[in-house]
Structures are given as structure tokens and as C-alpha cells.
Design a protein around this ligand. Structure first.
Ligand code: 5RP
Length: 269
């Protein structure tokens, strides 16, 4: 498959670069979801046809279907255990490496896969780099049972954080709600700028019906496009592997998995 738009070309270029830089023969890899990840998986399929040996653990049913169709060998996460690497996209990332994921509704499996990985690489473009998270409604995955009660808890929490009258929408609408791969709903919460994402994530996790906090703190920083030297990264965080600007101004950020693993796993080589 060939990309039509410059944005798709850029997405593909990012995937090609990520594979060339991070992927090694024999690796067990988490396969992300979303349009950026789909391009990466297409390239991965080509590499597998050329002889690359990898085993993929998908972060969604749609990723599993695509990988299978492209001949990428797959395994159940239960059978492979720890993964060497996950390559995925993101919806937003701030200067502290905090990301919001879930735009494509796959946040829970993505989180589980990232936490099982020794390293995570996020492919993002400049449009996704924000000074404060909250450009898009915050997606929160909730259990359908008693979801109105959960929504009530969310409203209370948002008000504790200083927000008033936040619109909360069930993704897909009440008549035909989107059901995630795990059988849950997504509530899109129009918060606007999130001043304290870490504090919010902590509190979100304490609400019984919330199955995944959508903001994720990864050990990464983003590099402004004009400051490509690794020195900028090293100032903040030794785990960053920054590859520089790619076609269409895409950048790649190497991050640790979300599992709170020891950072020595992630030292930039
Ligand atoms: C899915 C995700 C995706 O990685 C995120 O939405 C980015 O998608 P895209 O590459 O299409 O912009 O988190 O849940």
C-alpha cells in the first residue's frame, strides 16, 4: 500500500525509521493502534516478508486483523510475557513527556501492552505536541455497568479540580455507544487544558468504574524540531532516544514502558 497524502507519507516514514532504529531480529513487540501504527505495521509486514523474525502482540482487534493479513506472526500476550519493545502512536504529548492516548479507543490494551514492554516508542507529529494536555476531549474508558454513577463520580472529581459543567459524551452516542475491545464505553470529557494531569490521573484511578486512566506519564521529553541534538534530551532525561526530524516533520520519541520499570532498562544506546 502506498500513502497518498503528505501526512500519510510522514506517518510511514516515522514507522520505517522506528523499525530501522529499534527493531532487532527475534524481538517480541507490541503493535500499536491508530493510523500511525497501521503504517508501521504495513512496513513491518514488508520486513517480515524479507526475512525479519519477530513476534507481535497487538493492542487491538483491528491491529491483530491487519497484522495477520500482512503476515506478521502474532502471539497472545499471556504466552509471550515480557515484550522487548512497543511501537505506538499518541494523541497528545506535553513537554514533560505526558501523553494522552485513546483517540482510536484502544487505550486499555495499549496500556497493558506498554506496561509489559521494556521500551516504548511513540510516533508523534508536531501537531500532537502541546504545551498543556487537553487539546482534545479526554477519553476515559468505563465499565458499562452503572456508568451513570461513574459519570457522577467524574463530574464530582472535575469540580474538585476546579472545572464546572464539563460536557461528558458517550463515544458513539447513547443509542449506539462505541464498545471497546474489552466491552467498555468511552466517555469523552471536554476538559480543556489540564493543569495537573498526574494528580488527575491518580484520582481517576480511584473511581471504581474507570478501567483506565487515559493520561500516561512516560519517561520522555519531546524535542523541538529545531533542536535536534541529543544534548537537549540528555538535559532532561537519559532515556530519550531522539531521531530527529523526518519527512513531513514527524519526530520519534523513545520512551519507557508505562510499567514503572527500572530506568536502567531504557538507557539510550
Ligand atoms: C489509540 C491511540 C492512538 O495511538 C492515537 O489515537 C493516535 O492515533 P493516530 O495515529 O491515528 O493519530 O491511542 O487508542
Amino acid at each position: 500500500m502506498e500513502p497518498d497524502s503528505s501526512q500519510d507519507k510522514a506517518k510511514r516514514a516515522a514507522g520505517v525509521q522506528a523499525i530501522a532504529t529499534y527493531l532487532k531480529n527475534g524481538m517480541k513487540i507490541g503493535l500499536g493502534s491508530g493510523t500511525t501504527s497501521r503504517w508501521f505495521i504495513h512496513t513491518l509486514g514488508d520486513r517480515v516478508k524479507q526475512g525479519l523474525e519477530v513476534i507481535g502482540a497487538p493492542t487491538s482487534n483491528s491491529t491483530r486483523d491487519l497484522a495477520r493479513q500482512l503476515g506478521v506472526p502474532l502471539a497472545d500476550l499471556n504466552d509471550v510475557g515480557e515484550l522487548d519493545l512497543t511501537i505506538d502512536g499518541a494523541d497528545e504529548i506535553d513537554a514533560n513527556g505526558r501523553m494522552i492516548k485513546g483517540g482510536a479507543a484502544n487505550l486499555l490494551w495499549e496500556k497493558i501492552i506498554a506496561c509489559a514492554s521494556m521500551k516504548m516508542v511513540a510516533l508523534v507529529d508536531e501537531s500532537k505536541v502541546v504545551s498543556k494536555l487537553g487539546k482534545f476531549p479526554l477519553p476515559i474508558e468505563v465499565i458499562p455497568f452503572g456508568w451513570r454513577t461513574t459519570e457522577g463520580h467524574l463530574k464530582k472529581l472535575f469540580s474538585d479540580f476546579g472545572w464546572t459543567d464539563i460536557p461528558i459524551k458517550v463515544r458513539g452516542g447513547l443509542q449506539t455507544p462505541l464498545i471497546t475491545d474489552s466491552g467498555h464505553y468511552l466517555l469523552d470529557c471536554e476538559l480543556g487544558e489540564i493543569g495537573d494531569p498526574d494528580g488527575l490521573a491518580l484520582k481517576l484511578n480511584q473511581i471504581p468504574g474507570v478501567v483506565h486512566r487515559p493520561t500516561e506519564r512516560y519517561d520522555a521529553v519531546w524535542c523541538p524540531p529545531l533542536r535536534l541534538a541529543g544534548s537537549y534530551a540528555r538535559l532532561r532525561n537519559p532515556v530519550l532516544e531522539h531521531l530527529g526530524r523526518l519527512e513531513g516533520s514527524w519526530i520519534i520519541i523513545g520512551t519507557s514502558g508505562g510499567g514503572g520499570r527500572d530506568s536502567e532498562f531504557f538507557q539510550a544506546s
